[in-house]
Design a binder for this molecule. Structure first.
Ligand code: F0G
Length: 457
């Protein structure tokens, strides 16, 4: 088999920014050891997120010129609507400025005190929107998903036994929705199998609970199904995606991921009455229902991106490039989440920095070390992001302490990725020198975005 190459050539380039370790020490201290507080011009390779960071295609840029900026009834909206209807089979399509805006609308209507939402794993903004409404979010990830170093094909699956049990415990009347996140971002970008979605739907339907998909990375998940699940090898990805959505009553999507757009999102659903309520809220928070917080040109970029992302040459390269980095790290003995996920490599910080207790945020300490050593920006997905306090102000840690290196779509080449592997391996070989951190300032919700930290000497 020959090398799987980038399925594009480069027409326009932008600079990346070089600096020295000495300069980076000052920058990191000024940013209080929080990568969200570092300026992007101080970053060499930016793997903070795959969200909104894609390179758009020449077709998408051409489409942007066709954007019709009419306030109401723009043809750009109707193209956007038709594309999403075709992919999801859902008749009601509501544009939003990004994924969390779709979540905010949905959970403002369905949430509230006493309500409970069940998921494989809720992403942090999804959980925050649920909790902000007064409701509770419960993650029911399968057993394999809890062990980063143990490979399994579908570690994003929902624990169906736990789903049945929790529905009975909480009472179906208190559960407005079940949400399956594909791929499971907070659980390592791991895919969910078609079988699991189908069975989850059956259980939900028995209790009259609608099933929604958090569809940010639906194409990556569909490609994993093609590679790993029996019966899908010869099916085209659009057909797999269509089947995946056929088990759902609705979906939320951030178009900043698998639609190659720099901004955007949507809600889609079958229930016309719920859609009407969502649109009523949309008008006061986002905009008129045919643009919903987006420009006509954004709607065009999204419609084109949604089709491009299902190209199998692209998906093969995409999944392979994550696997390539993961395998290099495994060969060097670096503890990583296995197998490789769809959009990111996840380092197991608990094992990587086993000398740092969870109360000293080993994930965040590793994020700092990667920046200092190689100018690489990553993000902690562990106790800084998900930790809570008990009544005595002791940390209730997250089950996993991960560091995510998210790979922007169509942006970096193989030599960038080789450099990233070299930096991680060098940091791993001198890991004893890394110290833990303590928080000196934090917000009550989504604290990882703004928290200020200091090293513990
Ligand atoms: N759901 C999932 C699974 C996500 O990964 C994200 C965003 C959202 C919802 C919210 O979408 O950002 O458009 O409001 N994830 C980004 C990330 C921020 O870095 O993983 P948004």
């Amino acid at each position: 088999m020959k090398t799987i190459i980038e399925p594009f050539r480069i027409k326009s380039v932008e600079p990346i920014y070089f600096n020295t370790p000495e300069e980076r020490i000052v920058i990191l201290e000024k940013a209080f050891y929080n990568p969200f507080l570092i300026h992007s011009t101080d970053v060499l390779i930016d793997l903070l997120t795959d969200s909104g960071t894609s390179a758009m295609s020449s077709n998408q840029w051409a489409g942007m010129m066709q954007g019709d900026e009419s306030y109401a009834g723009s043809p750009s909206f109707f193209r956007f609507e038709a594309t999403i209807q075709e992919i999801t089979g859902m008749p009601w399509v509501i544009p939003t400025h990004q994924g969390r805006a779709a979540e905010k609308i949905l959970f403002s209507i369905l949430g509230g005190k006493g309500k409970c939402f069940l998921s494989n794993t809720l992403f942090d903004t999804t959980r925050a929107n649920i909790e902000f409404s007064g409701a509770e979010g419960i993650d029911l990830i399968c057993e394999e998903g809890k062990h980063p170093s143990v490979p399994a094909p579908f570690k994003g699956n929902m624990d169906l036994g736990a789903l049945k049990k929790t529905i009975l415990e909480k009472g179906p009347a208190n559960i407005p929705l079940c949400i399956i996140t594909v791929t499971n971002n907070s659980g390592g970008g791991q895919p969910v199998s078609m079988q699991n979605i189908k069975e989850a739907k059956k259980i939900c339907a028995e209790h009259g609970i609608p099933l929604f998909i958090d569809a940010c990375r639906f194409a990556e998940n569909s490609y994993f199904i093609k590679l790993r699940e029996e019966g899908y090898r010869n099916k085209p990805v659009p057909e797999i995606a269509r089947e995946l959505f056929s088990y759902a009553d609705g979906c939320t999507m951030s178009a900043k991921k698998d639609a190659f757009a720099n901004i955007g999102g949507f809600l889609a659903m079958h229930d016309g009455e719920l859609a009407r309520k969502c649109r009523n809220l949309l008008v006061i928070t986002e905009g008129f229902p045919t643009y919903g917080g987006l420009a006509g040109r954004d709607l065009e970029a999204i419609s084109i991106g949604l089709k491009e992302v299902m190209d199998e040459n692209y998906l093969q390269y995409r999944i392979r490039s994550i696997e390539y980095l993961t395998n290099k790290l495994i060969e060097a003995g670096v503890p990583v989440m296995q197998p490789a996920g769809g959009h990111a490599v996840y380092l197991d910080a608990k094992k990587f920095l086993s000398h740092i207790p969870v109360e000293q945020y080993p994930g965040q300490a590793l994020v700092g070390a990667l920046y200092l050593h190689g100018g690489i920006r990553s993000v902690e997905i562990g106790s800084l992001m998900f930790g809570k306090y008990d009544e005595n102000k002791n940390l209730i840690p997250s089950p996993l302490e991960l560091v995510r290196l998210a790979i922007p779509r169509r942006v970096y080449t193989q030599s960038h990725i080789d450099y990233v592997a070299e930096v991680i391996i060098e940091v791993f070989n001198s890991r004893e020198q890394i110290n833990g951190l303590r928080i000196i300032e934090e917000a009550p919700m989504l604290r990882h975005f703004t928290a200020k930290l200091k090293p513990i000497q």
